[in-house]
Design a protein around this ligand. Structure first.
Ligand code: NAG
Ligand code: NAG
Length: 225
């Protein structure tokens, strides 16, 4: 009697646990999420971006757009994007016309980084409070996708397409980074009141001789009010 009463209690207890705990455990990383729900995708054609590249070479020596794929590459020995700039070389797709200072904005793009590219920023949320220039940099070092110089967001990123979603909530001063629909990072904003998205290759430290990233399906989205 006692033992069947106890096993009955144990059964109820386990059922209770499975209700309370198991769904929570699964909810921890419940497959890819649709980060664009509640956002509107803004029109994006060639009037909404320009290419920044080493100032002394023609655009087609560092950038191509074929079958919907943007390819950006740059060499560590290249010049900066303007004659007067002191920054390292870059070939970047700079989104224009969608600068923002408030609200919730999202960048979506499918990225590809070939093996060998290292020491480079491949996506940035431009604008911050000095001394910072950026709210977010997504970089690649030695095959890892990183938030600045760390932490690592995804360890093996070379030679495959991945979907990158970056959500910048300006008012809450928060940035969320999703890779293939999985939340990889929540970071603090870094101030500033003028932001814009960029992707491509922008040399950082320990940069490889050649740096390349490819992008397709680039979207700029804004949260509906
Ligand atoms: C990248 O290339 C190097 C040199 O060819 C090779 O040793 C390495 O395994 C490659 N890495 C990946 C992830 O393919
Ligand atoms: C990348 O690898 C090189 C060579 O092994 C190493 O010197 C460098 O510190 C590594 N960089 C990072 C950020 O891990």
């Amino acid at each position: 009697m006692t033992s069947s009463f106890q096993s009955c209690l144990a059964y109820l207890y386990l059922s209770f646990l499975s209700f309370i705990i198991i769904p929570k455990t699964f909810a921890w990383d419940w497959g890819p999420v649709d980060t664009t729900e509640g956002f509107v995708s803004l029109p994006l054609d060639q009037s909404h971006y320009h290419i920044q590249r080493p100032y002394d070479v023609p655009e087609d020596q560092r950038y191509s757009f074929i079958n919907g794929v943007h390819k950006c590459w740059v060499y560590s020995t290249d010049k900066p994007h303007t004659r007067t700039s002191q920054t390292k070389p870059r070939t970047e797709i700079a989104i224009q016309g969608y600068g923002y200072s408030s609200g919730v904005w999202q960048f979506e793009g499918y990225g590809y980084v070939p093996n060998g590219t290292s020491g480079v920023c491949i996506m940035q949320v431009f604008g911050a409070s000095p001394p910072h220039a950026t709210t977010l940099m997504i970089r690649v070092y030695n095959g890892s996708l990183m938030y600045y110089k760390g932490p690592v967001l995804v360890p093996n990123i070379y030679d495959r397409w991945f979907r990158l979603n970056v959500i910048h909530n300006v008012d809450a001063a928060k940035v969320r980074v999703y890779v293939d629909g999985h939340l990889k990072l929540v970071a603090e904003g870094r101030g500033g009141n003028s932001h814009a998205f960029k992707c491509g290759v922008y040399a950082q430290n320990d940069d490889s001789l050649c740096m390349e990233s490819r992008w397709k399906g680039i979207k700029v989205l804004r949260k509906c009010d």
